[in-house]
Design a protein around this ligand. Sequence first.
Ligand code: HEM
Length: 257
Amino acid sequence: MLKYFVAVASVCLAGFIVPRQWRDTCGDALSALLAAVASGSPVRVLSVDELSRYVGATDSPGLYLAVLGQVFDVSAGRRHYGPGGGYHFFAGKDASRAFVTGDFTEDGLTDDVSDLAPGQIVALYDWLAFYQKDYTPVGRVVGRFYGPSGAPADALREVEVTLKEGQRLRAREQAQSRHYPECNSEWSSAGGRVWCSTKSGNVVRSWAGVPRMLFTPGSSSRCVCVNLEDAEHSDSPRLQEYEGCPRQAASCPLGTS
Ligand code: HEM
């Protein structure tokens, strides 16, 4: 390890007279090495071919899968990922995309997440956190997300930018759901109704509010509870009263159509 460190460091120091791109690559390689040194063990780097042998079959060296280039030993979940398991298609590969699309076809089982929406990237990182918590990390697979030295590649940095955007949007949605908790609803053959209570939308609060339709660009309207004492929110142009429902009513009937 020390020899490798010295080699990388020497090449990188020499790199101050070479193009910036080289220096960035050296920086990444050095940070991967420093992280390995700090954790006391070198980062294991697997090729895609090597990873593909870890499918849990009798002649396999083990049972692995990868998410965003991070490889995990999932032997403890053999009943899911081993041969005959419902999620065997994840074994021996990085099929990050399928974790959020649910497309388990050959085309869908890919690590290309470049066109996923910010919310999907957040969901993918939730899966990554799940594997980090429940399974044993093995190393990194060389390819889309990590280079040959195990250092992050550009595609990973791009995903991280999208992740930040997704986290920002999620925080905004969470803040919004506190301002506008969802209504309770029920349906029967005679029609339905929406109503508010101090726990509706799983937001426990001191006020119940009144049902309003909330219009959000790009999606259909939904019923939210609005606190009429909060002028800032109750007067929003994005909110509409239910037809035939008194302004102060905590419950509104819905038509059968
Ligand atoms: C995007 C779609 C889905 C993905 C990516 C997905 C993925 C997974 C994965 C990876 C596991 C294993 C977790 C572990 O290691 O413990 C799992 C377990 C499970 N999934 Fe899914 N799943 C999806 C949709 C569904 C749906 C729609 C259902 C039910 C209708 C479902 C039912 C289950 C059940 C019951 C288990 C636990 C099985 C057991 O404990 O034996 N999943 N899922």
